[in-house]
Ligand binder design. Structure first.
Ligand SMILES: *Cc1c(COP(=O)(O)O)cnc(C)c1O
Length: 395
């Protein structure tokens, strides 16, 4: 097999072909290397591998060819130098914290990030002397004034869940760097098919591969992408020691997920935009949150920063929680589940599920009202999705 420099190829091609090395069996599809360890040719070779003098596989907690294929492919697509895969999105975020933070450090995080990310910073890293402040995602001056001399990194998701607010990655990277701090972006909602934070100035991208990268709701996994120095110095030693490794089977599912990511994301985005425009016209809908709508407060920014607007839409119903539950329960096809990024459309009531553990005050500050409904728009026929939502909206 020829050695190809995949950096010279476009993202769509990288997504399908990069990262895979054919074995002596000449297989066409990526094999699952279901092996925990590897055999060395001699005692000397074992020594060379273990001391890092010879590249190659050692033990599948930190070296596995199927996992490597996923890592290489995602690194190229994110325009990063190197990627490491983890057992879940949370394990990837945990790795970034464990690798980079020490007692006395401070973290600045956007309000309304994934619930478990809040828990991780607030309940766990706090036990080891790391403090975290939460700020308004879309207000760069709030970030700048909350930054401290000991702020190790800024952490955010954009677009945010479930309100679909958009942060200015370039601006926040400048703020982070001028204070000797790093910017970390959870790129789960956009994926590299729509947005590449490292190109915009971010230092680290984290992923929950569980969502759009898998795309069919089958496996749980995560990843960290950054430059060689960050990965080698801070993330790889933690993966090797901490052990939250991605399994070869999951890596195989995610690697094939990447092959269709571009076309899936485009279809998700087209349907999400069509659904948003339709929802705006429906009775009882007070507000639709989607960056693709011209009235979205960061519409122009989203247009600059993303190649399309994403597959998730949220909308507010005038009748509060009862109204939201009625619309959700009136659907017959949509899946009532908190997962997202699936070919199947999912519908969620954030106030009582994903954001149910927040206090009512914290929910109010985060702007998550009782009438809010979130839809991760799948790839079923858009008219069928509208029809299913219309059941409750037109009661
Ligand atoms: C789901 C999710 C995570 C956590 O990922 P898991 O794979 O479930 O551990 C992190 N960030 C965002 C934005 C998510 O949606």
């Amino acid at each position: 097999m020829k050695e190809i420099n995949w950096q010279d190829y476009s993202l769509e091609t990288q997504a399908i072909r990069a990262g895979v090395r054919r074995s002596h069996e000449d297989e066409h599809s990526l094999p699952i290397f279901a092996t925990s360890s590897y055999v060395f040719g001699s005692a000397e070779e074992a020594w060379l591998r273990f001391t890092g003098q010879q590249p190659g596989n050692i033990y599948s907690r930190f070296t596995n060819p199927t996992v490597n294929a996923f890592q290489e492919r995602l690194a190229l697509m994110e325009k990063g130098e190197r990627c490491l895969a983890f057992s879940s999105g949370m394990a990837a975020i945990m790795a970034v914290g464990m690798g980079l933070l020490k007692a006395g450090d401070h973290v600045l995080c956007s309000r309304g990030v994934f619930g478990n990310t809040v828990m991780l910073f607030q309940n766990y890293f706090s036990k080891f002397g790391v403090t975290t402040d939460f700020v308004d995602l879309v207000d760069p001056t709030a970030w700048e004034s909350a930054i401290k001399p000991n702020t190790r990194f800024l952490f955010l998701e954009t677009p945010s869940n479930p309100l679909m607010e958009v942060a200015d990655i370039t601006r926040l990277a400048e703020i982070a760097h001028s204070h000797n701090s790093l910017l970390i972006v959870d790129n789960c909602f956009c994926t590299p098919a729509l947005q590449r934070p490292l190109e915009l100035g971010a230092d680290i991208v984290v992923h929950s591969a569980t969502k759009f990268i898998d795309g069919q709701g089958r496996c749980v996994g995560g990843a960290v992408v950054a430059n060689e120095e960050i990965i080698e110095k801070y993330i790889y030693p933690y993966l090797r020691t901490g052990g939250a490794t991605m399994s070869p089977f999951n890596a195989w599912v995610f690697t094939s997920g990447l092959e269709t990511l571009g076309v899936r994301m485009k279809a998700h985005c087209d349907s999400a935009l069509a659904l948003s425009l339709w929802l705006e016209q429906q009775p009882g809908v007070a507000k639709v949150n989607y960056p693709g709508l011209p009235n979205h407060p960061q519409h122009e920014l989203a247009k600059r920063q993303q190649s399309h607007f994403g597959g998730v839409v949220s909308f507010e119903l005038t009748g509060g929680k009862d109204h939201a539950w009625k619309v959700i329960d009136a659907t017959e096809m949509l899946s009532i589940t908190a997962n997202l990024g699936d070919v199947k459309t999912t519908i969620t009531h954030p106030a009582t599920t994903t954001h149910g553990r927040l206090t009512p005050e914290a929910r109010a500050t985060a702007g998550i009202k009782d009438g809010l409904v979130r839809v991760s728009v799948g790839l079923e026929n858009i008219e069928d999705i509208k029809k299913d939502l219309a059941r409750g909206l037109h009661l």
